[in-house]
Design a protein around this ligand. Structure first.
Ligand code: GDP
Length: 465
């Protein structure tokens, strides 16, 4: 009888255990790796963590503990938590290496249910938390699903202005003689694609530009070197009529570019939405607003454009493309302005207000049915300590930390604009932040952070009641 009772109990427990898939994204260097490392670290220290007062499950003592458990999706690379922590525990500490592909980790959170059938049936329950990290650049590819190769090429041709056209020079020159109607020359297409990919990398590295398509070209993950990443837009439409190009057969250069583009749409873009995106429950989008403020107006506007684009993936209007592909599940999205410790604390409200303005424009005009949204500013792993310095007889706020090369510094990096910066801002204000190395930490203490608990409350609070 007792054994049957135990089995029954186990069965009830198992059926009541719950599961949430939290997706973490952002453009490269937005702070995804630092965020996930800190999130896992905060949760692993949960029973003795004094640093999470805004996370109700911890404040009220419902969350009993967390442990890492093997992930279910065995084909997805594991997130490098141990590697990240070893880097942070080095002396002096260094930042973890960023991940460049999709990766995943799983935690089991043990908690005391506070309401509903869970409370009646069980003293404790388990919430399985899958954290999935993927590059935001992959979301920039969504519009490709609604464009054929020719219309995508026309759109890319229009973008070749200003900085982009300068950066594209070597690709454009090398492709000058490219004949779309000639028989397909795979080696030539491979060479030209390599120079086109270099141009996309340059947009990010030299131009401070984020909106690059196809997004997988700059973060190829396991597809590096595969022919599906060897094509480029045909931007020389003035030399050939649309009819000529439409008639080019499948054995021509144009035919090969077209069929690779189609393969990319089906097997890279669609596959990501089907295999990963459609299974997410919650999403946090990390945004580094400070680097583009440092880099200037072109970079800032480009980041806004990239974010507008990225938000299209959360637009689930009835006739939306995503709803036609599958039924999306995400019900809450949190936008987080990262690296808040790069600015003094009295600037944090401005940082949130700026982020709200960046995302609200797109949010207001689109239909994000059934999705809740909020904005916070946070620092996943705090690298500076706030303080004051005397300046002309007055106490002014400042930050103290060590630069990446180890120099001790005390500085005021600048003011964050409350609203979207206009021309006057760019002319008058300079914003100049320094990259600091992480603070020294002890292995048995949780990582220092700013408002990670607020993010945890928004993303998981209701799941732990
Ligand atoms: P990813 O490419 O999105 O995974 O970005 P990472 O997490 O690797 O972050 C890129 C860089 O941003 C790091 O190497 C750090 O220099 C910096 N960074 C990330 N998070 C923080 C933070 O909370 N505070 C500070 N000061 N720097 C951060």
């Amino acid at each position: 009888m007792n054994r049957i009772g135990n089995e029954l109990n186990k069965l009830v427990n198992r059926s009541l255990d719950r599961h949430v898939r939290l997706a973490v994204t952002g453009l490269s260097r937005a702070g995804k790796t630092a965020f996930i490392t800190s999130l896992v670290n905060q949760l692993l220290h949960v029973s003795t963590n004094p640093r999470l007062p805004l996370f109700s499950a911890v404040r009220e003592g419902h969350l009993l503990g967390a442990k890492r458990v093997p992930q279910i999706d065995m084909h997805v690379p594991k997130f490098g938590y141990d590697e990240g922590m070893s880097a942070l525990l080095e002396s002096p500490p260094v930042w973890p290496d960023p991940t460049r592909d999709v990766s995943q980790t799983r935690l089991a959170l043990r908690y005391k249910p506070q309401k509903g059938p869970m409370k009646l049936l069980q003293d404790t329950a388990t919430l399985y938390l899958d954290i999935v990290d993927y590059p935001g650049e992959w979301l920039l590819d969504l519009p490709l699903l609604e464009m054929d190769y020719l219309s995508w090429s026309q759109q890319q041709a229009k973008l070749l202005k200003g900085k982009r056209s300068e950066l594209a020079q070597s690709w454009l020159e090398m492709a000058e003689e490219f004949d779309p109607l000639a028989p397909a020359d795979e080696a030539l297409i491979e060479r030209l694609s390599a120079v086109f990919t270099e141009y996309l990398y340059k947009c990010k590295a030299e131009g401070g530009l984020h909106w690059v398509q196809p997004g997988r070209f700059v973060l190829p993950g396991e597809l590096a070197g595969a022919p599906v990443l060897q094509f480029f837009p045909f931007v020389w439409a003035d030399k050939y009529s649309e009819a000529q190009l439409q008639q080019a057969d499948e054995h021509s250069n144009f035919g090969m570019l077209k069929s690779r583009y189609k393969y990319y749409q089906q097997h890279v873009v669609k596959a990501f939405y089907r295999e990963h995106f459609s299974k997410f429950d919650r999403q946090i989008i990390l945004v580094d607003c400070l680097q583009p403020l440092n880099a200037g107006p072109e970079s800032f506007n480009d980041m806004r454009q990239a974010l507008d684009q990225l938000m299209q993936s959360f637009k689930y209007g009835r006739s939306s493309l995503l709803r036609r592909l599958f039924s999306p599940r995400i019900d809450k999205v949190l936008f987080a302005a990262t690296k808040a410790d790069h600015v003094t604390p009295e600037q944090h409200p401005n940082l949130v207000s700026l982020l709200q303005q960046i995302v609200n424009d797109a949010w207001q005009t689109a239909s994000f049915e059934g999705i809740k949204m909020d904005c916070v500013s946070l620092s996943s792993i705090q690298a500076t300590e706030p303080g004051f310095v005397s300046h002309q007889g007055q106490q002014v706020p400042a930050l103290r930390g060590h630069t990446l090369s180890g120099q001790a510094q005390m500085l005021f990096p600048g003011e964050v604009p409350r609203r979207l910066p206009n021309d006057a801002y760019w002319q008058q204000y300079g914003f100049d932040f320094v990259n600091f190395r992480p603070l020294d930490i002890q292995s048995d203490e949780p990582l220092p952070h700013i408002r990670m608990d607020k993010a945890l409350e928004y993303l998981l609070g209701d799941k732990l009641r």
